[in-house]
Design a protein around this ligand. Structure first.
Ligand code: FER
Length: 444
């Protein structure tokens, strides 16, 4: 009875998605590569502070006040990420994103070899630092009070070597690389601005192209839509973002329901989108990949299996075809995947489980994905550049997605969990999710 009720709701949802229509053109994006300078600090960017010499990064030994700072291998933990927050002209406090304490000199002293520790920010000059680029992408970090600089106390490869202050010299132990990473603890305003998905005549628009490719998996010619930004050119390389649809849809579903081309256009026009092309595949990997024609066939085993098998087509045929025909990067660091509902489940399966070698940025909007599938993968913290999950509280999948969030939390897997009050399993959440994921990807 209950099952039947849910099935009815599901089917109604799927069909309301199928019915909604909306058209227009598509957009683009602007920036080239993320600049690795604290001066460009924004609310979502933290930095890993790598030693030039050892390629290990700064972290406190614990979150207790006064805990010493050492170097350690980067494993993606939040205590290895630091915010550079301007406190006065040219001076930053350097705040740990896990415990919000800042780098400090252990005792107020202008002497060499004093240990660096973390403390609550109290405005002392020992907690203020200037950052100076002395070699391309390498910085010295100088204390305002002592005028001494950060140094790793010995140049060996030990994970426990202390960070100390020292007179500036030509020592490589004083050079640090600042690698931007997403700040999962940032207070983010996720709300899109008014008309974020409306067509604007005043801006440049991208184009949507129909793309066909032969799939050796389905043994058919298959279709995808590709959004190219206004600045698309074969003279430079672009990132690729794959956007997957729900169980009743096909490659046109996003376009028909959620104005992705307007969302991308508007983000591009306001300089918030990295250079990327966006691919909307048909995620039903079987010879007849058309939309199911009856209620029953939407949840048939055959239709569901065609979604479970999509990775064969995606990895072996669609991605290679896209990368052959467009001017795009071919490394996982330059690929993102996000999906809605069944497509959200696919994005997580492909991004987290077995095929993580292909995507560094993974997003899921109201995903149909079992929390039981989450493995013990804290390993992914260093590999995944972004994991973003959102769901509306009125979605019939909400309790499952919330349970997925709890499972990831309990396993220490960093992710954004954005629960949207009142949103249901419809285009309000697809638009919201696409907007937020798109403005985060390829920036870290
Ligand atoms: C499920 C619930 C929802 C499921 C799939 C969906 C395969 C997909 C919904 C959609 O894509 O709209 O249990 O199992």
């Amino acid at each position: 009875m209950v099952k039947k009720f849910f099935r009815l709701i599901l089917i109604l949802t799927v069909f309301s998605l199928l019915i909604s229509h909306n058209f227009i053109l598509a957009t683009a994006n602007t920036k080239t590569s993320p600049k690795v300078l604290p001066a460009q600090n924004n609310i979502l960017t933290a930095y890993v502070i790598y030693s030039f010499n050892t390629n290990k990064c700064l972290q406190p030994t614990s979150s207790k006040e006064g805990a010493p700072v050492i170097q350690s291998d980067y494993i993606g933990n939040n205590n290895q990420k630091w915010r550079f927050i301007s406190v006065e002209k040219g001076c930053y406090k350097i705040q740990n994103i896990l415990n919000e304490m800042v780098l400090d000199v252990y005792k107020k002293s202008k002497n060499d070899d004093i240990e660096i520790c973390i403390r609550k920010f109290n405005g002392s000059d020992t907690q203020k630092w200037t950052i100076e680029e002395v070699k391309e992408n390498y910085f010295i970090i100088k204390n305002k009070y002592s005028g001494l600089v950060l140094e790793i106390s010995s140049s060996d490869n030990k994970n426990t070597s202390l960070c100390i202050q020292k007179k500036q010299s030509s020592s490589k132990n004083q050079l640090f690389k600042l690698q931007p990473v997403v700040d999962y603890n940032a207070k983010v305003n996720w709300n899109p601005p008014n008309e974020f998905d409306s067509y604007k005549t005043s801006i440049k628009h991208g184009t949507i192209k129909e793309f066909t490719y032969y799939s050796g998996y389905t043994k058919t010619t298959r279709k995808a839509l590709v959004w190219l930004p206004p600045n698309y050119t074969s003279n430079m390389k672009f990132n690729t973002m794959y956007v997957l649809h729900g169980i009743g849809g096909d490659e046109r579903e996003w376009l028909e329901s959620s104005n992705p081309e307007n969302i991308l256009d508007n983000l591009y026009a306001s300089g918030q989108l990295m250079n990327m092309i966006v691919i909307f595949p048909n995620c039903r990997a079987r010879a007849d990949d058309s939309r199911p024609k009856t209620y029953e066939s939407v949840f048939s085993e055959d239709n569901i299996n065609a979604f479970y098998n999509f990775h064969h087509d995606l990895i072996n045929y669609l991605i290679p075809a896209i990368e052959k025909n467009f001017s795009v990067y071919k490394e996982r660091e330059h690929r993102a995947i996000i999906g809605f509902s069944m497509g959200g489940g696919q994005a997580l399966t492909i991004g987290l489980d077995y095929f993580s070698n292909y995507f560094a940025y993974v997003g899921a909007i109201a995903p149909a994905y079992s929390p039981k599938l989450v493995k013990d993968i804290s390993y992914y913290n260093s590999k995944l550049k972004l994991l973003y999950i959102t769901c509306g509280t009125n979605d019939f999948l909400y309790s499952r997605v919330e349970a997925l969030h709890q499972e990831l939390l309990s396993k220490g897997i960093n992710h954004f969990w954005v629960s949207v009050e009142g949103a249901a399993h419809d285009s309000s959440i697809t638009k919201f999710g696409l907007y937020n994921f798109s403005r985060l990807v390829f920036k870290y």
